[in-house]
Structures are given as structure tokens and as C-alpha cells.
Design a protein around this ligand. Structure first.
Ligand code: CAA
Length: 686
């Protein structure tokens, strides 16, 4: 063993094979130091006649997770990744990448530049650049479709989907998969290759691209489909265009085209916003007020109380993370319906091909049920997901206090009630926390972790650790009505009725939202969620909303009732204007003396989104969240705020808080409505 360097890149020999190991924790990102270290080693090895082959490997939990994203806002330092990869790809002696962990982005590009790839069976590979508003920038769109089926390459690169090692082997992306040590397997593979004189072609001139021909029509169809699904995001569209253009172009020109598109996207607002969110999501999980020594409690079985929509979703979210769930509902029929609903969701995922049948079976098996509370005694965490009614929740927590074991954590999925009050009612305030999931809970990434003044630090630490286990993005929030998300949603919603009265239509408002990049507009969303939920909430607060209340009084609760802001009688996918609503808004406007006019998109956005930003700053000012970016994480992951705009606060900063404040001031002077009054926090930022 010949140790040349103890730096981020080290070299050792195994016979005539040189093994280069990258060590740049935590994810071996390809920082300048790594690129520089690799370049020095490769230049040294190129002409070293005592070396027959080069094996590239990484220390720690993963092969390279890609370029170092934190360097993207700084000038590029040489050697850049493309230069490094060109050096590696031009090696005449066999080169091999030994992959483990997550081999992503630039890391996969490095591997593609090698002649061979050997992967541990647990490896996951992919190009997640589109999630950062980017495309691969160092040959990914050029080499991958020359190595594997171009259609499969297009799908991987435009969606950012990760594949596992078996799938990669099947596609021809890796040459061998091992269950043992990947470096030993790579060494063995290399020595065999050398003995047999095996010289795989480089991806530049490889196989299927040359042999099978390309179904250009199909690729063009796929490009159109990517465009239709992109919702204003540039990166997936550019990824498809660049990949297809790259197949038409000579290799070097294709690389240059990819590079310039990557650079353009990197400088653009969308990628800046998406990179900001990447780091904001990591930050949100860090709670500076938790003592570093805080250890989470052990969670093996979770009891979920309530088998309605939220309870089922939470049960599935937990089972998807490998956690055993005991679903409880005192109403046996509701419990049966809940379990059947869960089985249906998994069965339709299997049918759609998005879930393997065995995995679905394992997840279903993790969810058991009990109509008796006594069954909950063994649970380490109890999540109440019952009807949003204080008396109902009070009774549940009193019962849980009587049956739950000591040290069990009590959580409420309440959207509006104060978890500290529920904590007192439970008799175990230190064990109480809010875990606010978002519907559908097995899909939506956000978890608002509501910390009460009494919540014990290890309960908060457990919530954060659980969120990680089940793939949720946690944001720790303090107590206020609606917490972060729903409180800001109320500010967004405040002007909707008034807009309808003044002449806007649900279709017009929803279109303004989808053009902005939201997956759906507020009226579509209200119809989907059901108008009765906010009706009940309004009544409990003694509030009124003339239009929505009238719809509810008529039983027009949204999609589930066939009528709401839209008419769904022709089917849920074919919403038509609700003629009764047209008549209702016109009548109410005339009764109230409201002049009706055409309302432009910009006005719709200002009157709905600026109040939301204003409320966000109040929330920050009150210390409900630790940082401004936490608010963006809530909105991007729980409410579909377009990721390409970074979240409401990032978007407002980009526009300029001054502009937001001036517009709100103008609306406030014109209407006198409180929702427009600039908060002191916003005024201070001007
Ligand atoms: N660059 C810089 N930092 C990175 C990074 C990257 N590519 N990937 C992860 N990190 C950092 C995280 O910010 C985090 O830092 P803190 O501990 O300071 O918060 C740390 O590494 C650990 O990350 P996670 O908490 O996310 O760890 P995990 O084990 O849950 O997940 C991962 C690991 C799957 C690699 C995940 O971090 C991830 O998906 N990273 C992004 C990968 C990516 O997008 N790669 C493409 C980069 S762009 C590119 O490569 C373009 C090109 O073609 C040149």
C-alpha cells in the first residue's frame, strides 16, 4: 500500500491498479479541493507505466453526491468539473468507478467518464439537477443517452428520479453489482478485466446509441410531455431539449452546448431560488435552542387515533418510513373504512407501477388496528388525528393519559387548536407536541412541529428524528392561530370573496395562480379540500363569508358534493362554472353597492399574495419561526408555492420589500381593510 496524499484525494496501489479515494465528508461533494486533488493524481497516473488501471472510490457513507452546490454562487475555480472529467475520459488505461451510497449529479458524471462502473446493491444513482433548477453540466445529458436507452436517460434527467443498482445494471448503466465490499469487488473486476484484456468502449463511442438507432419521434413526444408538466419551470424543459440536441450533435459540440445551457440556468432566478430552498430545508431541521446533548426517545410503534383522511395518511406516512402503526378509532366501521382506504391507496400505487407489490404488502402489514384504547398502551408515540373539536380532543387526551405508558409522547395533528392547552388537559404537558401533517399526509413533505413552552427538548428532538425517518421536512414553529401555514393562508384568502364581488371569477383567479406557478388556484383547492371544513372553523370563531357560507348552506361543499365554486356534475376532471355562483355574486354585489369590473392578473396577485408576505413578517417578528427561510420551507412543501420562486419571502425579497409595502399601503388607503395594513416588520424593512 502506497499512501501518496492524506488530503481529500488519496492514492494507494493494489498490484498495478491505483485506487484513488475521495474523502470530503459528509457527501464527498466535488469541491475545488477535490477537483484539484483528483486532477493532480490523474495527471501523475496518466504517464506512469507502472500503473495499468485506475479505480475511483469514495470514503464514508457515499460516493460523490455531485458538484458542491455552495460553490455555485462564487466564480468557478479551475480545474472545473468538465476539465477534470475530460481528463478522466481520455485515459487509455482502464478506469473504474466503485459506487456506493448516493451517486448523484456530477458524481454520476465522474462515473460515466470511467470505462467501467461497479456498484454496491444499495447504491442509488441519478441526476437530481432539475430539482435545483439545473441540468447536468459535465456531460450527463451527452454520455447517459449514449450509454443507455435514450428514452430512459431522458426520463431520469428530466425528473431527477433516482434508480437503484439493480435497475442501473439492467439499463446498462453499471457493469456489475455486489453485495460485498464495493472496493474489493472493483479491484477484482479490474484485475479480471486486465487479465482478459477487456477494454470497454468509452461512453463517447458506446453501444446502444450506435447499434439500436433512435426513435426521434418518441423523444420529441416525451419533450412535449415534459413541457406540459413543467408548470413554468425551465430546467426540465431545457434538460429534454439539451439531451435531444446533444444526440444530433458531434460529441464535443454536444458537451459545449450542455455546458452553456447549464451556466445560463445557474445564473437564472429559478435555479437561485431552488438552491436557496435546498439549503433552507436543511437549516429548518436545525434547532439552535436544543442542547447538543439532547437524545431522541426511541420510537418503535406509533398509535394513530382517528381513521379519517388525516389518520389514514399519517399511518401510511409512518409505514412508508418502516414504522409500525396501531390505528385506533372507537367507531369500528370508521376503522374498517380507514383500513380499506389504506389498502386501496397501496393497491392503486402498485397498479400504476409506482410501488413494488412486495413493498406494498410490507407496508400494509406494518399497519394494525384496534378499536380499543387499551391497545395503545404499548405505543411510544400517540398521534391524535381526530375531528377538529376541542371537546373531542380533550376526551382523547384524558383517555390517553390513563392508558399510555410513561415516557410516551403525545402529539396532536390539530390545525388551529393550541397544543399547550391540550398538553395541560392530557396531564403530561412536557410530553406534548403538535405534529401538523398536510393532506395527503403520505405525500406532502411538510411537517409543522409545534413546540409548546412546556415541550421537553427530547420530545422536539424525537419529532425531528421521526420526520427524517419518514422523509418529511420538519419546521419547528411556535403557537399562534393556524401556526405558520394556515395563518398565512388566511391572509391569502381574505380578499378572495371581495375579488368575486368586484367581478373576478373563480376561473380567472385560479388561472392567475396557475400562471404564477401554483399547482392549482385557491378556489380549485377549496373545492378539493371541501368547503365545510373552513365553514365549521368560521362558525367556531363567529366569522362570516357571504359567498362561501351560502354555498355551504346549499350543500355545495366542493368536489365531493358535485358543486362548489365549480360545477362538477360532468365529472371531477371537467369543472364547469357554477351558474348559481355567478348569479349569487352578482346579486350580493348589487346589494352591497359594489361596482363590478374586469380584474387583471397583477391585481389578483397583489391582493392575495402581498398580504400573505405581510403576515409572514409578523410571524417572524413574533418569533413563531426561527428564520425567514423557515416560512418559505413551509409554503414550498405544504402549500405548493412554486419552487422556482423560492417561497413567499424569497419571492418578496426578489421583488423588493419596498415594492410590497408600497402596494399594500396603496390598497390600505384605498379600501381601509386591515389585511392590507403594512406590518411594523414590513415597514421597518423598507
Ligand atoms: N453540495 C454541497 N453540500 C451538499 C451537497 C452538495 N451537492 N449535498 C449535500 N450537501 C450537504 C447538505 O447541505 C448537508 O449540510 P449540513 O450538514 O451543513 O446541513 C450535508 O451535506 C448532508 O446532507 P443531507 O442532510 O441532505 O444528508 P442526507 O444523507 O440526508 O442526504 C444526499 C444526502 C442524498 C446526498 C442529499 O444531500 C442530496 O440530495 N444532496 C444534493 C445532491 C445534488 O443535488 N447533486 C447535484 C449537484 S449539481 C451537479 O452536480 C451539477 C453538475 O452536473 C456539475
Amino acid at each position: 500500500m502506497d499512501e501518496v496524499s492524506a488530503e481529500v484525494v488519496s492514492r494507494r496501489m493494489d498490484g498495478t491498479a491505483a485506487i484513488l479515494t475521495i474523502s470530503n465528508p459528509p457527501v464527498n461533494a466535488l469541491s475545488h479541493a477535490v477537483r484539484d486533488g483528483l486532477m493532480i493524481e490523474l495527471r501523475d497516473l496518466r504517464d506512469d507505466t507502472s500503473v495499468d488501471a485506475v479505480i475511483l472510490t469514495c470514503a464514508g457513507r457515499t460516493f460523490c453526491a455531485g458538484a458542491d452546490i455552495s460553490e455555485f454562487d462564487k466564480p468557478t475555480r479551475q480545474p472545473d468539473l468538465s476539465t477534470l472529467i475530460a481528463e478522466l475520459a481520455s485515459f487509455a488505461k482502464p478506469t473504474l468507478a466503485a459506487l456506493h451510497g448516493t451517486t448523484l449529479g456530477g458524481g454520476l458524471e465522474l462515473a460515466l467518464a470511467c470505462r467501467f462502473r461497479v456498484a454496491h446493491r444499495t447504491t442509488r444513482l441519478g441526476f437530481p439537477e432539475v430539482k435545483l433548477g439545473l441540468i447536468p453540466g459535465a456531460g450527463g445529458t451527452v454520455r447517459l443517452p449514449r450509454l443507455i436507452d435514450p428514452g430512459a436517460a431522458l426520463e431520469m434527467i428530466t425528473t431527477g428520479r433516482l434508480i437503484n443498482a439493480d435497475e442501473a445494471e439492467f439499463m446498462g448503466l453499471v457493469d456489475a453489482v455486489t453485495d460485498d465490499g464495493v472496493v474489493s469487488a472493483a479491484i477484482e473486476f479490474t484485475h479480471e478485466a486486465l487479465a482478459e484484456g477487456k477494454r470497454s468502449k468509452s461512453t463517447r463511442d458506446s453501444g446502444r446509441f450506435q447499434e439500436a438507432g433512435i426513435d426521434w419521434d418518441w423523444l420529441e413526444q416525451e419533450k412535449i410531455s415534459v413541457q406540459q408538466k413543467a408548470r413554468g419551470l425551465l430546467a426540465p424543459v431545457k434538460a429534454a431539449e439539451t439531451l435531444i440536441a446533444g444526440l444530433h450533435l458531434p460529441f464535443e459540440e454536444a458537451l459545449a452546448n450542455e455546458r452553456s445551457t447549464f451556466e445560463l440556468l445557474k445564473e437564472g432566478e429559478q435555479s437561485r431560488a431552488q438552491r436557496y430552498l435546498f439549503f433552507a430545508e436543511k437549516e429548518a431541521a436545525k434547532v439552535s435552542t436544543l442542547p447538543a446533548s439532547t437524545l431522541p426517545r426511541s420510537i418503535e410503534t406509533v398509535g394513530v387515533i382517528g381513521a379519517g383522511t388525516m389518520g389514514r395518511g399519517i399511518a401510511m406516512a409512518l409505514a412508508n418510513g418502516g414504522i409500525s402503526v396501531l390505528l385506533h378509532d372507537a367507531d369500528r366501521d370508521a376503522l374498517e373504512r380507514g383500513l380499506a382506504g389504506i389498502r386501496d391507496v397501496y393497491a392503486s400505487s402498485v397498479k400504476r407501477g409506482s410501488l413494488n407489490e412486495d413493498v406494498a404488502k410490507q407496508r400494509v402489514a406494518l399497519i394494525t388496528s384496534s378499536p380499543n384504547v387499551e391497545g395503545l398502551a404499548q405505543c411510544d408515540l400517540l398521534i391524535e388525528a381526530a375531528f377538529e373539536d376541542k371537546a373531542v380532543k380533550r376526551q382523547i387526551f384524558e383517555t390517553l393519559n390513563a392508558v399510555a405508558k410513561s415516557g410516551a409522547i403525545f402529539a396532536t395533528n390539530t390545525s388551529y387548536l393550541d397544543p399547550s392547552e391540550l398538553g395541560l388537559l392530557s396531564g403530561r404537558p412536557a410530553d406534548m407536541i403538535g405534529l401538523h401533517f398536510f393532506s395527503p399526509a403520505h405525500v406532502m413533505k411538510l411537517l409543522e412541529v409545534v413546540r409548546t413552552p412546556s415541550t421537553a427538548p427530547d420530545v422536539v428532538a424525537t419529532a425531528l428524528s421521526l420526520a427524517r425517518t419518514i422523509g418529511k421536512i420538519p419546521v419547528v414553529v411556535g403557537i399562534c392561530h393556524g401556526f405558520v401555514g394556515n395563518r398565512m393562508l388566511a391572509a391569502r384568502t381574505a380578499e378572495l370573496e371581495q375579488l368575486l364581488l368586484e367581478g373576478a371569477t373563480p376561473q380567472g383567479v385560479d388561472r392567475a395562480f396557475t400562471e404564477f406557478g401554483w399547482p392549482m388556484g385557491p378556489f380549485q383547492m377549496a373545492d378539493l379540500a371541501g368547503l365545510d371544513i373552513s365553514w365549521r372553523n368560521r362558525r367556531s370563531l363567529g366569522k362570516k363569508a357571504d359567498i362561501a357560507d351560502t354555498l355551504c348552506e346549499r350543500g355545495q361543499f366542493g368536489q365531493k358534493a358535485g358543486m362548489g365554486y365549480y360545477d362538477y356534475r360532468a365529472g371531477p376532471r371537467e369543472p364547469q362554472p357554477n351558474a348559481e355562483l355567478v348569479e349569487l355574486t352578482a346579486r350580493l354585489a348589487s346589494e352591497k353597492g359594489v361596482d363590478r369590473r374586469r380584474i387583471e392578473t397583477q391585481e389578483i396577485c397583489e391582493r392575495t399574495l402581498f398580504p400573505m408576505v405581510n403576515e409572514g413578517l409578523r410571524i417572524l417578528d413574533e418569533g413563531i419561526v426561527a428564520r425567514e427561510s423557515d416560512i418559505d420551507v413551509v409554503w414550498a412543501n405544504g402549500y405548493g408555492f412554486p419552487r422556482g420562486k423560492g417561497g413567499p419571502m424569497f419571492w418578496a425579497r426578489t421583488l423588493g420589500y419596498k415594492k410590497v409595502a408600497e402596494a399594500l399601503q396603496e390598497w390600505h388607503s384605498r379600501t381601509g381593510r386591515e389585511v392590507f395594513r403594512p406590518s411594523s416588520a414590513l415597514s421597518a424593512l423598507k
